[in-house]
Design a protein around this ligand. Structure first.
Ligand code: NAD
Ligand code: WQD
Length: 337
């Protein structure tokens, strides 16, 4: 298939481009580079020995998206092109709602015009809100408490409504848990701008000496050791899940919803200790107050994806820690050589 990967230069997108190319698909990327660099795509090309067609384009811009569809024979779309910082979304709600919702609408509009009807969407476990654990696809969604999460709920609804009236459409809503790690080569990985919000990039920057110590946000949660518990998934497992999903859309119509997680919860301190063990390093940390908006514990019921997609996360926490550090070590300034 020839896949348009919107946001393909980013963290999850670049790994997915790599796996798509390795599986024999053709890749067209549209990215406005607001949170990435084309260097990631150059490295994917070097790793795979294959070419990517790249458009520097904002996918909220209908004219720009129309140009891509009129120049390329697209069979399906994977939409990663979102803004993703939860705290920033509270500060800048208009920017977040515009970018994340209008991008989905624009892609749908142009796809409909060109008879393209396979859509894979980057959703998030955040849509479950503070539900019972494990999170199951059949659960009613609860409020997410921030504009970022609401943009994911809205995009899911839009895609469901579009598929409901267009029986030829097939949509996969992929709810990711916490992606970490990097391609095992250490050539592509997560390249956060400024101070990382997320746990793993912060840990790797402490390991490299760029930050003094990790701030652990709370150790008084009702969890195994009092720190927050999440379902960390290796970004390469996640990327492989996308390829299975887009291939599934060739066989089935309608809306398919899948959790992409491992099904196992890991606490902040468990992750820190796994990182120390996997890499033979010490990560200094201090415990602080809970971070506003955090949930104590969540992880996936990952059985539906296994049953229907034949996909299961295979890589361990040790693999995630080793690969995250391998990337950071080789690229202390990210993609800026
Ligand atoms: P990322 O920021 O590395 O990648 C997003 C890419 O989209 C970037 O290359 C950015 O430049 C591009 N982009 C953003 N808005 C665009 C627009 N309007 N037009 C064109 N390009 C645009 O983020 P990521 O971690 O790879 O996340 C990818 C997707 O997965 C996002 O939608 C995110 O919300 C979702 N998601 C991420 C996580 C996570 O923890 N990383 C978890 C759940 C869901
Ligand atoms: C994990 C755990 C923190 C940083 C966020 C978004 C979510 C999704 C993934 C997109 C928590 C603790 C963290 C630090 C810490 N993104 N922590 N010190 O919050 O589960 O999810 O990213 O969809 O929507 O909300 O991930 O990596 O920020 O935090 O102690 O410096 O690590 O409190 O328990 P989170 P995270």
């Amino acid at each position: 298939m020839r896949i348009l990967v919107a946001g393909g230069a980013g963290y999850i997108g670049s790994h997915t481009c790599l796996v798509l190319l390795e599986a024999g698909h053709d890749v067209v990327v549209a990215d406005n580079l607001c949170n990435s660099k084309t260097e990631s795509l150059r490295r994917v090309e070097a790793l795979t020995g294959k070419q990517i067609v790249f458009y520097e384009a904002d996918v909220t811009d209908e004219t720009a998206v129309e140009k891509i569809f009129s120049e390329q024979e697209i069979d399906g779309v994977i939409h990663f092109a979102g803004l993703k910082a939860v705290g920033e979304s509270v500060e800048q709600p208009i920017r977040y709602y515009h970018n994340n919702v209008v991008s989905t609408l624009t892609l749908c509009k142009v796809m409909q015009r060109h008879g393209v009807n396979k859509f894979v969407f980057s959703s998030s476990a955040t849509v479950y809100g503070e539900n019972e654990i494990p999170f199951v696809e059949t659960m009613s969604l609860l409020p997410t408490t921030n504009p970022y999460g609401e943009t994911k709920v809205m995009s899911e609804r839009i895609l469901q409504d579009v598929a409901n009236v267009n029986p030829d459409w097939s949509v996969a809503l992929l709810r990711y848990f916490n992606p970490i790690g990097a391609h095992e080569s250490g050539r592509i990985g997560e390249d956060p701008q400024g101070i990382p919000n997320n746990l793993m990039p912060y840990v790797t920057q402490v390991a490299s000496g760029k930050r003094e110590y990790l701030r652990v946000w709370g150790d008084d949660y009702p969890t195994v050791d009092g720190t927050g518990v999440r379902d960390y998934i290796h970004v390469m497992d996640l990327a492989e899940g996308h390829v299975r999903a887009i291939e599934k859309l060739n066989e089935e119509k309608g809306v398919l919803i899948y959790n992409l997680g491992t099904g196992h919860g890991v606490s902040v301190l468990e992750l820190v200790h796994a990182f120390e063990k996997a890499n033979g390093l010490t990560i200094p940390y201090q415990v602080f107050e809970r971070r506003a908006g955090d949930i104590a514990e969540f992880y996936a019921d990952a059985s539906k994806a296994e049953k229907e997609l034949g996909w299961k996360a295979e890589r361990t926490i040790e693999d995630m820690c080793r690969d995250a550090w391998n990337w950071q070590k080789q690229n202390p300034q990210g993609y800026e050589e």
